[in-house]
Design a binder for this molecule. Structure first.
Ligand SMILES: Cc1cc2nc3c(=O)[nH]c(=O)nc-3n(C[C@H](O)[C@H](O)[C@H](O)COP(=O)(O)OP(=O)(O)OC[C@H]3O[C@@H](n4cnc5c(N)ncnc54)[C@H](O)[C@@H]3O)c2cc1C
Length: 284
């Protein structure tokens, strides 16, 4: 349980961090909250020769509200998102998702950026970030670019981020007044991670579903948008029957995972159950 030795850098600016990443390439790992990287290093599943601790880069932390959206710095902790009055008021599903993560120690140290880049299939953020259609801003040696959440999560623990890039901001449009969201999860009993988590953003006009966005984690080796549910319910009355029929499609076309915690069939069923519960809660 002791990590291998490594060289440690603590840059105070993004440019300094990017220069260090460029210099050390594949030998280097960025350190944010350390709540996924350090355990991985202790188990020797990762043995970086260089650690670039980005936590002293103040520009990467905090939440602001320019032009009808929330801009969330990658280093913003789960607890900051859980407790921010601005976030609770403008995009409450973000605070709700943060509150579902681990325990208070984990939430005080872990960051939204670290969780998204780590791309653990059982992590909570990806489902919500997908349902919100967030944009992820990254910086690298060639400047900045924006990656859509739907393009970001690629495979198990793999994202569209290049090795020399740093995730800097998450941009979330503030939903209209007739759009409400909820994140529900089945807690894995021992770890508290999501056995399955479902995030839903429902836009309604009276009793009709104008649009629904559904993000799912914990089922497949990568979080996904349940597009079958979305197309089935759009334009329909939010009746119990229509919601149940749409939720049945929550794992359509998905290769569900098998591990010591659950069978593929159980995970796929959880996705349907939680999609139904989440949409019904928003429709009620
Ligand atoms: C006991 C325990 C319980 C937990 N329970 C849950 C849970 O219920 N739900 C849940 O979702 N998570 C849970 N976690 C994980 C936790 O949320 C982590 O904080 C999170 O997964 C990683 O964030 P971090 O800031 O700690 O990142 P780190 O561990 O520092 O980094 C993780 C990875 O991301 C990279 N990285 C970090 N930031 C950036 C960046 N800005 N740009 C580029 N690369 C970056 C690192 O190089 C590393 O590869 C738990 C962790 C522990 C230890």
């Amino acid at each position: 349980m002791i990590p291998g030795s490594f060289e440690y850098f603590a840059p105070t600016s993004l440019n300094e961090a990017l220069d260090l990443l460029k210099t050390h390439g594949d030998d280097a790992k960025v350190l944010a909250g350390g709540h996924s990287l350090i355990p991985t290093m202790k188990l020797r599943l990762a043995e970086p020769a260089v650690i670039i601790d980005i936590t002293r880069i103040g520009d990467l932390r905090g939440v602001s509200e320019p032009d009808g959206k929330l801009v969330i710095g990658a280093l913003t902790t789960h607890y900051e998102l859980e407790s921010s009055a601005l976030v609770q008021q403008k995009v409450p599903i973000l605070s709700q998702t943060a509150a579902a993560i681990g325990d208070v120690q984990v939430r005080n140290k872990g960051t939204i950026g670290g969780s998204l880049v780590h791309a653990d299939p059982a992590a909570d953020w990806p489902a919500t970030i997908l349902a919100l259609d967030a944009d992820l801003k990254v910086a690298g040696p060639d400047g900045e670019r924006v990656i859509k959440a739907t393009d970001f999560f690629q495979e198990l623990y793999t994202t569209a981020l290049e090795p020399e890039e740093i995730l800097t901001e998450i941009h979330v449009s503030i939903p209209a007044a007739n759009t409400k969201g909820v994140y529900l999860k089945q807690y894995q009993a021992a770890s508290g991670f999501a056995l399955t988590g479902v995030a839903v953003l429902l836009t309604r006009s009276g009793d009709t579903c104008q649009k629904v966005a559904v993000g799912v984690n914990g089922v497949a080796d990568v979080a996904y948008r349940a597009t079958g549910v979305e197309s089935e319910l759009a334009g329909k009355t939010l009746s119990a029957e229509n919601i149940a029929a749409a939720a049945e499609k929550a794992a359509d076309g998905v290769d569900a995972m098998e591990d010591i915690h659950a069978s593929p069939a159980y995970r796929a069923n959880l996705a349907k159950v939680y999609a139904q519960r989440a949409i019904a809660q928003l429709a009620s």
